[in-house]
Ligand binder design. Sequence first.
Ligand code: ZN
Length: 250
Amino acid sequence: MPIRVTVWGENVHEHKHQLVRDIYPDGMHACIAAALNRDPGIKARCATLQEPEHGLTDAVLDETDVLTWWGHAAHGQVEDAIAERVQQRVLKGMGLIVLHSGHHSKVFKRLMGHNCDLSWREAGEKERVWVACPGHPIAAGIDRFFELPHEEMYGEPFGVPEPLETVFISWFQGGEVFRSGLTYRRGAGKIFYFRPGHETYPTYHNPTVQQVLRNAVKWAVPEQRFGWGCPHVPADKAPEPIGSTGGSVH
Ligand code: ZN
């Protein structure tokens, strides 16, 4: 049974900026999905902001093991109810991979409980992505580092909670550094934030970036689903007998 991935794309820059359309004629989401589908163990489909319920209906999410999220220009257009729905799905076990400017998405900020702010600069500089967690499955196949010749700079401080693992740290030509590959767990769900992917550079065509995405999908697969709730447990259903007077001691 292949891993079922939904690749969510905001799909706005691709229609507004010729440069982005030239790099990603079918949209960034289509490029990401194609990269994932190169692995026979992954079956990726796309969903976009413009679809009803942003393409993230309950039926779609029922068939999603891992959701990837790229957004930038239209975070505010994502309906709160859909962001809430995605958050709840993650808590129940769905994997989530948040890409690049998705750091400011409603979904990511809700799950982080933080502002997710950072510093940035668009100067086409080199990014060197270092493996900070050797042996981590998301870094599989990468030796010490890989480089992207042109990227947007994201710099520390990154307004996120301390991650479980820092898989990658980026250095930029201008001197800044950034924690660019972070893992989290929220409820039963695994979350990976991956920094590269500014829309005016061909980052998602990069073979190493594509390998990281495939690695991350495999890592984020739900181990098991958990249905949360607030069940009342009467005394006669408690694991141990309590008795009529409760557990008073003196
Ligand atoms: Zn960007």
